[in-house]
Design a protein around this ligand. Sequence first.
Ligand code: FES
Ligand code: FES
Length: 163
Amino acid sequence: MDQHRVTITFTLNGKSVTMDVPGAMNALTLIRERLKLKGTKEGCGIGECGACTILVEGRAVNACLMLAAQLDGRDVQTVEGLAHEEGLSLLQESFVKHHAVQCGFCTPGLLMSAKALLAENPCPDKAAIAQAISGNICRCTGYQQIFDSIRHATGAPTGEEKT
Ligand code: FES
Ligand code: FES
């Protein structure tokens, strides 16, 4: 028997997408396997690592915990939507500049959490940054470089020159 399927239409990185999806498919599988956007990572698959973080209506969510059907009618952004035609976003550049990317597995999720934070709070303090990325696990960096990257991207004083 065919699995129950639903037709969904949503905006993905600024473009409208309509597709049929199995009712039980999660948003992470839709993004990675159907849409072939491999920037969004699968780590734990149970909402604990943050590697799969995407933005839905500007809010950071774990794609592994959402049904694809829940994206219907929503505005969705993945890490592929961050860069501009001219190149990387300021936030991405800041991650590179401050050596916040080592193995890189956590990076897409962290970028999306940081983007959601900065949209809501353009000049977050350390506590706000810590809260915003509390669901994103990084096993490589020790987090200081990530804090520096996000702070620098705000334009807030960090003791370093602004790019
Ligand atoms: S893969 Fe979604 S939180 Fe870990
Ligand atoms: S850079 Fe490797 S897990 Fe964060």
